[in-house]
Design a protein around this ligand. Sequence first.
Ligand code: GRF
Length: 221
Amino acid sequence: MPIVVLISGTGSNLQAIIDAKNNDNLPVTIRAVISNRKAAQGLIRAQQAGIATATIEQTQYASREDFDAALQQCIDKHKPALVVLAGFMRILTDAFVDHYQGKIINIHPSLLPAFRGLNTHQRALDAKVAEHGTTVHFVSRELDGGPAIIQAKVPVLANDDKASLTERVLQQEHQILPYTIRLIAEGRLVYANNNIYLDHQQRLEPLQYPPAENKHHPLPL
Ligand code: GRF
């Protein structure tokens, strides 16, 4: 399955996709990695993996619409079946989101719908929640509001600070993002008519990671 990955920063989630492809036969071709920041460290990871890269600098565009149009053009050149937002820190226009409806996913560092937006780990600590985590969801017009596909929960420990909690959530992100991409690439996870189907069964709640054993579909690890 051809994919394009969008990043803004470190790119550790991008690295997890690259590693899953190289080590665990994740059935994707990463056609390009596109950043909105030329200093994004993830661009170096992509180059080291021999993946085409591009930067669309937001400072070069007068409006959000112009930026998104340029981004869309850059993505569509690569004809991806799926666009993966892996730490892409930008709000997207409705026109852009509509163009990729059902073919664009995002990873967000919280158990959505809790803690949409930024600084989720500190907000989870401040709110003294017992559980935090991460969600992969389809992207909709609403910020961090599209249908959730899968979540991984992370207990908040008494001695956690922002750094320790961030690290443990990231470890889970590196599992659930490649896992979700695999489900989509294998045709097991389908988004149609605003519903999510896994193995032909409609899912009303997000999947939980790690998933329960399924004798018909051994777990891809
Ligand atoms: C991740 O926590 C992701 O959930 C959020 O941005 C962070 C990106 O990290 N959207 P990285 O660039 O993949 O290391």
